[in-house]
Design a protein around this ligand. Structure first.
Ligand code: IMP
Length: 196
């Protein structure tokens, strides 16, 4: 039986993407699968602090090994915004369409459309915390395209592709994805330490 670990998220899309990266190397349990029904707050000013908070809350609650991630879209011409505020860019109701509309609107006067997704994973393994990072650089489009994925996927084209993340299936997205790169760092750590 593969090593079990809780992924401290309620986002089903993130769970699917991470499980596709790890395959049968790990037995990943989402919060729902672990029977933990809470919404963990993300009150901090950095991805690192939010990811840490989520993993620490779940570790304190369960005493089990776990990891969490926090992701932000950092747009160069907007000085790194929406960044850690990506989920609530257009307000507290976390409406994707409104977030995308506001982003495209704020970028209208700028010719520089460069951006990056950045994922920070916080792992708690045997009561010790470790951080891993994954970055995917690309461009923000002029308009939304594609129906797959979630969040800002319809307006982000990763470098090396001519499709938005929302025009890709999950395996294609995982060839470029920030989340995959951060998870790969975690897997490398597990391999290096003989955990898997
Ligand atoms: P969080 O990590 O759940 O706080 O996500 C922050 C915001 O970025 C949310 O609006 C997500 O929908 C969005 N987001 C996170 N990861 C991705 C991604 O891989 N693609 C597109 N949007 C994402």
């Amino acid at each position: 039986m593969p090593t079990e670990i809780i992924f401290a998220t309620n986002n089903a899309n993130k769970v699917k993407e991470i499980k596709a990266v790890t395959g049968n190397q790990l037995n990943i349990l989402s919060l729902e699968e672990a029977g933990i029904l809470i919404d963990i707050p993300e009150p901090h000013e950095t991805l690192e602090d939010n990811a840490s908070e989520k993993s620490n809350v779940i570790h304190q609650l369960t005493g089990k090994n776990c990891f969490s991630e926090d992701t932000g879209l950092e747009v160069e011409a907007l000085n790194g915004a929406p960044g850690v505020k990506s989920a609530r860019y257009a307000g507290d109701n976390r409406d994707f369409q409104m977030n995308i509309d506001l982003l495209l609107n704020n970028l209208l006067p700028h010719t520089n459309k460069s951006a990056q997704f950045r994922t920070v994973i916080s792992l708690i393994w045997n009561n010790q915390q470790y951080l891993f990072e994954g970055i995917c650089k690309g461009q923000i489009t002029h308009q939304a395209k594609g129906l797959s994925g979630f969040g800002y996927d319809p307006v982000f084209i990763p470098d090396g592709s001519d499709k938005t993340f929302a025009e890709m299936n999950m395996d294609e997205k995982n060839q470029y994805s920030h989340r995959k790169k951060a998870m790969q760092q975690l897997l490398n750590f597990f391999h290096k330490n003989g955990i898997i």
